[in-house]
Design a protein around this ligand. Structure first.
Ligand code: ATP
Ligand code: MG
Length: 505
């Protein structure tokens, strides 16, 4: 009788163990057979799961990613200098996870929650897995609200919506980070929480970004997650997933979140390094075949949630570095196809001093147009078209000595639009400030102003319109459409402002 009862209890207990997410099995231990280059191979961990954390001596953690019949390939998240073959390790029964909570805002951490600033211990609510399923179609809603970057060329011509994935792509030193950082700065009073995820960059570059965010009071609202070029490739690999988990904590509370991955080229390289060491078969450009899936899985987590799922949004701005403007390389083409559009930064424009060096013709935002404020749409409607016509004409006109009056006028107008689209770094503008200037230039008000004076004219227009028509500016900020007569009022004030600048010359 007692035996039967014991048996039944044992069966029931086993069932519980089977069904539980973290089985109560005995901690399994294994032995390292090889370690080096940021990976370790282990024998003896026969029931380990994929993505499970493995504990090494000195509190170094690793993640099991290669499960083979007699061996497990583990990527190391910490320093492997003191690890050697022959040491014993244990499986933890836990998947790789990251801390989440409000306490992370304003902090600089790594993917595992290690503090990298001087702000004392990290206060967090709980730890959540770094790999989490993306929201389902049912939970999603179309992109409807703009994510204002404060950059004229983007907000007017390549508008981004909350919940969108927009790639920032360009050669090295073309201003990619600046576009992303300026976008973060512009969120400071808009209630959008930001996560800046630095992958594989030099420590000094990351420090510069942190300083800028601090200087422009944007750090309080931002979590900085870093894996520098000196960190092991395993840490560089999981960092964007961990950063997304930290961002999703706020998304699930119905908040709007922006995440920047700077950059995924270095992330792909870290994964390539690991895969080759783990002897996975290389594919195009020696990247493992699943790199596409890895990036797609990451960016699928960006979403605008339906009201019944809380209504929050996670906008993703992944950055990709190209070599010699080759956007048809493997990683750039992958990401172009995964995202909802790209902002292309051109080294040619950068060297001409046309900053931000956004090549409007090669940039696109596939869903953001629907989220653009109606007031903005009426301003930027044909700006894009007339601007690209101008670019074509300008190239063509270089070979022509004599131009007819109409062509000359189109070119002179286009030059003024280009001048207006220039913008200093870390100087995001409010929607109304952008709209009044763009309206003035597209109405041809600046066509007779000499190029050197455009900047002064822009400042004068913004100042006068704000001083004289504060209510209309307020209306523009809310995104409500302006009537013809209201625009006429704006243009009248702009004319006066421009006249003042011209007189002063
Ligand atoms: P990397 O490839 O090294 O990551 P990047 O493409 O991220 O470079 P940034 O670091 O953002 O480029 O910018 C390169 C340089 O250009 C920086 O010195 C930055 O200050 C300057 N810069 C970027 N945008 C502007 C701008 N709008 N106005 C003036 N200077 C700018
Ligand atoms: Mg950069």
């Amino acid at each position: 009788m007692l035996e039967q009862l014991l048996d039944e209890t044992l069966i029931a207990l086993n069932q519980v163990v089977e069904q539980s997410a973290y089985p109560l099995r005995a901690r399994e231990t294994g032995r390292v057979t090889h370690v080096g280059g940021g990976i370790a191979r282990i024998k003896g961990l026969s029931s380990i799961r994929s993505e499970e954390l493995v504990r090494f001596p000195d509190d170094v953690l690793g993640v099991a990613i290669n499960l083979e019949p007699h061996e497990v390939g583990v990527i190391l998240l910490g320093d492997s200098d003191r690890l050697t073959a022959g040491i014993d390790v244990s499986a933890t029964g836990r998947e790789a996870d990251a801390p989440v909570g409000e306490g992370l805002l304003g902090r600089v951490v790594d993917a595992t929650g290690r503090v990298l600033d001087s702000g004392g211990p990290l206060r967090f609510k709980e730890r959540r897995p770094v790999e989490r399923p993306a929201p389902t179609i049912i939970e999603r809603a179309p992109v409807t609200v703009p994510l204002e970057t404060g950059i004229k060329a983007i907000d007017a011509l390549i508008p981004i919506g909350r919940g969108q994935r927009e790639l920032i792509v360009g050669d090295r030193q073309t201003g990619k980070t600046s576009v992303a950082v300026d976008t973060i700065i512009n969120q400071r009073n808009r209630g959008v929480i930001c996560v800046y995820c630095a992958i594989g960059q030099r420590g000094t570059a990351v420090a510069r970004v942190i300083n800028t965010l601090h200087q422009y009071r944007a750090l309080e609202n931002t979590i900085v997650v870093v894996a520098s070029d000196e960190d092991p490739p395993g840490l560089r690999y999981i960092t964007p997933y961990a950063a997304t988990t930290m961002a999703e904590y706020f998304l699930e509370q119905g908040k709007d979140v922006l995440i920047v991955y700077d950059d995924l080229t270095r992330h792909a390289r870290a994964y390539r390094e690991l895969s080759l060491l783990l002897r996975r078969p290389p594919g195009r450009e020696a990247y493992p075949g699943d790199i596409f899936y890895l990036h797609a899985r990451l960016l699928e987590r960006a979403a605008h949630l339906h009201q019944r799922s809380g209504g929050g949004s996670l906008t993703a701005l992944p950055i990709i570095e190209t070599q010699a403007q080759d956007i048809s390389a493997y990683i750039p083409t992958n990401l172009i196809s995964i995202t909802d559009g790209q902002i292309y930064l051109s080294p040619t424009l950068f060297h001409k001093g046309l900053l931000p060096a956004i090549d409007v013709g090669k940039s696109i935002s596939r869903v953001g147009g629907k989220a653009q404020f109606p007031a903005f749409r009426s301003v930027s409607g044909d700006l894009r078209l007339s601007y690209s016509q101008f670019e074509e004409l300008e190239t063509f006109a270089r070979f022509a000595t004599r131009l007819d009056e109409e062509t000359r006028a189109t070119i002179e107008h286009g030059r003024r639009v280009r001048e207006v689209l220039k913008q200093a770094e870390h100087h995001p503008l409010r929607s109304s400030e952008q709209m009044v200037v763009l309206k003035a230039v597209s109405a041809g008000l600046l066509d007779h102003v000499i190029l050197d004076k455009i900047d002064d004219a822009e400042t004068a227009i913004q100042k006068h319109v704000l001083d004289e028509l504060p209510d209309l500016c307020g209306q523009m900020e809310t995104g409500k459409k302006l009537s013809e007569s209201q625009w006429e009022q704006v243009l009248e004030v702009a004319r006066k402002a421009i006249a003042g600048v011209e007189d002063g010359s």
